[in-house]
Design a protein around this ligand. Structure first.
Ligand code: C2E
Ligand code: MG
Ligand code: MG
Ligand code: MG
Length: 282
């Protein structure tokens, strides 16, 4: 009958939920264990100044070198880390590692490389976050002018005065701020103007169908003109083709990140591929 079928579905649903819950529990204890076992690492994806084709910075991207699963990407564990609060520990680890790496590169390359670090909305909301940032910068000796914190647009769509004050405090430490996933949230020009942000990172979803897709072209152009009006820079994410690169460059997007140039990679691979002074091939 329909009734028993319904109950069957319900039981199936419960079973599936349990499986999901168990999966999450496993992940949660896995994350805790992995922090202890030092299984997390950062990969770095280079960013280039389009017109000069010079390397200008890198984005630090978290990876989990799992003993059984191999390299696990952040989309699989960051949401669980956020829901369980583990993101605080993990985020602090990322901040410290990325700052240490910036110092290492400064010594090895005799120049500063800007290092961009993803910050979870949850981290940003913690009252001790600013102190953590200050502390880690002081401890590692990182140059805050070359540390960029990436904050997702979704974290800032309705910023409270407290949050705006916090962003200003962050900028007072010397770091710069970038708005990640730009275009996927709903921040208005009015909101953007209030925020001490240097850069907008145009989300990959608006880049991937350029130049053919008219809607994405309109969004990319709008993002670029908003940025120009607010004296912000735009970083295009997920640039994979020469056509996308040319389109963006022509419209004043100067900083490019994407597989066309390079995937995120280990420090060792990065140092080999991008020794000091290297430009992209013209
Ligand atoms: P995101 O910050 O927007 O990072 C850009 C993502 O796009 C990265 O994925 C990068 O590998 C990918 N990407 C870059 N260029 C291309 C391209 O040309 N084609 C394609 N298909 N993809 C490209 P990844 O490393 O898997 O990271 C996913 C997301 O996980 C990040 O998105 C960020 O939101 C989050 N994440 C990564 N590391 C951290 C971290 O340390 N802390 C926090 N809170 N979040 C992180
Ligand atoms: Mg990012
Ligand atoms: Mg992004
Ligand atoms: Mg993204």
């Amino acid at each position: 009958s329909a009734k028993s079928a319904g109950r069957g579905n319900f039981q199936f649903f419960i079973a599936e939920m349990n499986e999901h819950a168990i999966e999450r529990l496993k992940l949660e204890s896995g994350i805790r264990r992995a922090i202890e076992a030092e299984e997390f690492l950062l990969h770095y994806q280079p960013q280039f100044d389009g017109p000069s084709r010079r390397l200008v910075g890198v984005e630090a991207l978290l990876r989990w070198q799992h003993p059984e699963l191999g390299m696990v990407g952040p989309d699989r564990f960051i949401p669980v880390a956020e829901d369980t609060g583990l993101i605080a520990v993990l985020g602090e680890w990322v901040l410290r590692k990325a700052c240490e790496q910036q110092v290492r590169w400064r010594h090895a390359r005799q120049e500063n490389l800007q290092v961009a670090i993803n910050i979870s909305p949850l981290q940003l909301r913690r009252p001790d976050f600013i102190d953590k940032v200050k502390h880690i910068i002081a401890e590692t000796g990182a140059n805050p002018q070359f540390i960029e914190l990436e904050i997702t647009e979704s974290a800032l769509t309705q910023p409270t005065m407290e949050l705006v004050a916090r962003l200003n405090e962050l900028v007072d430490t010397g770091v710069t701020l970038a708005l990640d996933d730009f275009g996927t949230g709903y921040s208005s020009l009015a909101i953007l103007r209030k925020l001490p942000i240097d850069r907008l990172k145009l989300d990959r979803s608006f880049v991937q169908d350029l130049p053919g897709d008219a809607e994405d072209a309109a969004i990319a152009s709008a993002a670029l003109s908003i940025a120009r009006d607010l004296s912000m820079e735009v970083v295009a994410e997920g640039v994979e083709t020469e056509a996308q690169f040319a389109y963006l460059l022509e419209r004043g997007c100067h900083i490019m990140q994407g597989y066309l140039f390079s995937k995120p990679m280990s420090v060792e691979a990065f140092d080999e591929s991008f020794p000091p002074g290297r430009r992209l091939e013209p």
